[in-house]
Design a protein around this ligand. Structure first.
Ligand SMILES: Cc1cc2nc3c(=O)[nH]c(=O)nc-3n(C[C@H](O)[C@H](O)[C@H](O)COP(=O)(O)OP(=O)(O)OC[C@H]3O[C@@H](n4cnc5c(N)ncnc54)[C@H](O)[C@@H]3O)c2cc1C
Length: 370
């Protein structure tokens, strides 16, 4: 008989949530991670008293009450509300596009005036069937907002001209005709007090975790330990890339501690929407937790091409990659291995989706220990 019901490969949010749900149901789990720490991409590291989001800014938000209740079991969440500022060559705008944005852009004051201006910009462009991302964006919000707030940012993000990107990348560009700066529409939002790493550590309480263990280096030995394997790493890597590589967009972070500055930019997230600034945004971590006092940590985020061996951040869900992913899922593992999480599923999931998936997957992954 195997020692554990589940071997969970990956101590990121998916692995931790799955392990918690299974443990609450009386199952035994061993969680491993090849990194030296738990938390996956939600990992936060305390630097001079500030929780630094090591793999990019993470703001928890959800509309799902069950997920929110689950998340709150492991930490108290603060009242952080994401409000994003766009800096276009020194001009500052509110995001997502709302009445503050329209007022700054056109001097309009009422929703009617803003709607009329948007409508006239769309008509002026006269685009009926957008052929690329640029045309799609202009047909949705007009040229002024596109030029200052969408074009440069998007081109930096994708490393290509907006006219060379397919229209479908932007399905809609949310426009709010109110003075509401809240970036998200969800009912629940916040940051776990004490940081995401502590939140995930609390989720894993009482569950055996081994860090610095790569499944692919110790496969047979680890497989023998459990009835089922939940694999949250890259599916193509699991199969030795034998059908080819799935592609991602990557990011590069430049983080700096400023001992003699208490506030660098007055907001957690500032997007740089011009094409010339090489980074897409600057994160000032202390603002996620209303940090006071001397010293601050800022991170510049640079979009980057991905090559095998780099950190895979965003799956590139184009037709080629989606069908390659499907081919990988057909290889099967005799029902022993289940692929979960953002890398196993090759899909971008926000944290709430990740927890919801772990809940749904557990329900269809019965474990009958042999
Ligand atoms: C830049 C960025 C910003 C984001 N911001 C937000 C946000 O603001 N709000 C939000 O809700 N969501 C956000 N997300 C999404 C969030 O990061 C994911 O929902 C979450 O991290 C998914 O967790 P996961 O466990 O599936 O994957 P991961 O966190 O990637 O965990 C997978 C783990 O598996 C381990 N692993 C892989 N292969 C092996 C192996 N062979 N052996 C052992 N271990 C292995 C890895 O080391 C890793 O720790 C953001 C994502 C990115 C990229």
């Amino acid at each position: 008989m195997s020692k554990y019901d589940y071997l969970i490969v990956g101590a990121g949010l998916y692995g931790a949530a799955f392990a918690r749900i299974a443990a609450d149901d009386g199952k035994t789990c061993l969680v491993i991670d090849r990194r030296e720490n738990i938390g996956g991409n939600c990992f936060t590291e305390n630097v001079h008293g500030i929780n630094v989001h090591k793999y990019g800014a993470h703001i928890f938000h959800t509309d799902d009450e069950k997920v929110w209740k689950f998340a709150q079991r492991f930490a108290e969440f603060n009242r952080y509300t994401n409000t994003v500022i766009a800096n276009y060559k020194g001009e500052v705008y509110s995001l997502p596009f709302n009445m503050y944005t329209f007022n700054k852009m056109w001097g309009v004051i009422t929703p009617e005036e803003a709607e009329a201006k948007l409508q006239s910009q769309r008509e002026e462009a006269g685009i009926k069937e957008p052929q690329n991302l640029e045309e799609q964006a202009i047909s949705l919000i007009g040229r002024d907002i596109y030029e200052k707030l969408v074009k440069g940012y998007t081109e930096k993000q994708w490393g290509r001209k907006a006219t060379e990107l397919p229209a479908f990348i932007i399905k809609r560009l949310p426009v709010r005709l109110t003075y509401d700066n809240n970036y998200f529409n969800d009912r629940f939002q916040g940051i776990p007090i004490g940081g995401y790493t502590q939140w995930i550590a609390n989720m894993l309480e009482g569950i055996e975790v081994r860090c610095g263990v790569d499944y692919l280096q110790n496969r047979e030995e680890l497989d023998a330990l459990a009835d089922k394997v939940i694999y949250t790493g890259m599916i193509d890597e699991f199969y030795g890339f034998k059908l080819g590589c799935l592609e991602y967009r990557s990011l590069r972070f430049e983080t700096e501690y400023m001992a003699d500055r208490s506030d660098y930019q007055g907001n957690a997230v500032v997007n740089y929407t011009d094409a010339e600034t090489p980074y897409t945004r600057i994160i000032e971590h202390k603002h996620f937790e209303f940090g006071k006092g001397e010293g601050t940590v800022v991170t510049k985020e640079y979009p980057a091409e991905w090559k095998p061996g780099d950190e895979p951040y965003y799956p590139m869900n184009n037709d080629r990659n989606n069908s390659l992913y499907e081919e990988y899922t057909k290889l099967g593992e005799g029902g022993k291995v289940f692929f979960g999480g953002r890398l196993g599923k090759y899909k971008y999931y926000d944290m709430d989706d990740t927890i919801a998936c772990a809940m749904a997957d557990y329900a269809i992954m019965p474990c009958v220990r042999k």
